[in-house]
Ligand binder design. Structure first.
Ligand code: SAH
Length: 346
């Protein structure tokens, strides 16, 4: 059984041709499953009966099932979804005033091992398939529709997992997300976040996407970064910065550096000064994220006044910076808190 949510348009076109159908059938199917939200092939009234039989036989429109749902006071919704092999993944909806953003998980577990992050405790079990990436948005859209709310308008691939460690599937997902007859989400409303996999960044630069790229930097130099992000030993800061510049040039897009502020680790004014120097020459924007404490480690959130001082330093020195708005702290749905506890690994 092939899950139809797993095929981006050009793959679906190839499939139609291989089944002796016309190429336009692919767009027709896209429109049925994403625009009209068909749940079965039988409702596809402009598809011939004989081809509907083929579809019924070899294809599915299966979505992940909702295992648990938690609602935060601020409107954040966290779902624990169950996949066909019983793996559980978390997906979060954040209701911003400009739209509904979904934080999508890209892998079951994660192998990057960042010291401060709860997700990495669960080593990577496998990559998510394209239909499982798409499924997270579809399920969230169903919930929103049933509550009379607007659909998902923004996607951040910042849940559990490293998207560039599942490059091909993530790319197909982005294509489906961005297709006008697919999930119909504008490229500039789609953000992929990487811990700094240099070959991934260089490859992404060549995709000709108008999407946003975020890099989890979290330190102004190799010494601090090595302590908290093992990937930093593989791709040194120099190499990472060179890749960012290359990306800016080739993709014609600036990146966002994410920088979580952890008390006494990376939040001093010296760090702010070093960061300012480091990113000079890029067009980058810095998104400061006060660290969300998780029970599995000893790291602490920087004091509010330190967050403000760090921000002011950047601001005064001409660095474009913002402090990230936080969602879902009360339901363990804030940045870095996803860990699929129910998998009983903890
Ligand atoms: N692997 C990708 C995407 C998933 S992590 C990446 O590293 O970018 C999404 C973001 O949450 C990353 O910036 C990550 O460093 C950050 N994060 C992890 N744990 C956190 C925590 N406890 N508090 C705040 N941010 C955290």
């Amino acid at each position: 059984m092939t899950n139809l949510y797993g095929l981006e348009i050009s793959k679906l076109e190839e499939l139609m041709l291989s089944l002796g159908q016309k190429k336009y059938r692919a767009t027709q199917l896209f429109s049925w499953i994403y625009e009209k939200k068909a749940k079965t092939f039988d409702e596809m009234s402009d598809v011939s009966k004989s081809f509907r039989e083929v579809l019924n036989q070899d294809f599915s429109l299966k979505l992940p099932s909702i295992f648990t749902r938690q609602d935060s006071k601020d409107g954040t919704v966290k779902l624990l979804l169950e996949l066909e092999d019983d793996s559980k993944i978390e997906t979060v909806l954040m209701p911003y005033n400009y739209g509904n953003a979904i934080c999508v998980t890209s892998q079951v577990g994660c192998n990057m091992g960042c010291a401060f992050c709860a997700s990495g405790l669960l080593k990577k079990k496998r990559n998510l398939e394209v239909h499982e990436l798409v499924g997270q948005v579809m399920v969230m859209n169903e919930i929103l529709a049933s509550e009379g709310k607007d659909r998902v308008t923004h996607i951040v691939i910042m849940g559990t997992g490293e998207p560039f460690d599942n490059y091909d599937n993530v790319l197909d997902f982005i294509r489906i997300a961005n297709h006008p007859k697919g999930l119909a989400i504008g490229a500039r409303h789609i953000t992929v976040s990487t811990c700094g996999i240099v070959p991934g960044i260089l490859r992404y630069a060549k995709e000709g996407m108008q999407t946003n790229l975020a890099i989890s930097l979290h330190a102004p130099n190799d010494e601090i970064r090595n302590k908290i992000m093992p990937i930093s030993k593989r791709y040194k800061m120099d190499e990472l910065m060179a890749a960012v510049k290359q990306y800016e040039k080739e993709a014609g897009r600036r990146v966002t550096f994410e920088y979580i502020l952890i008390k006494d680790v990376n939040d001093t004014i010296e760090c702010a000064a070093e960061l300012t120097k480091l990113i000079r020459g890029t067009l980058a924007h810095v998104n400061l994220i006060p660290y969300n404490p998780v029970m599995e480690n000893e790291f602490e959130r920087s004091e509010d006044k330190q967050v403000r001082a760090f921000f002011s330093y950047l601001h005064k020195h001409g660095v474009n910076a913002t402090i990230r708005k936080e969602f879902g702290n009360d339901i363990d749905a804030a940045c870095g808190q996803l860990r699929a506890k129910e998998q009983k690994v903890l």
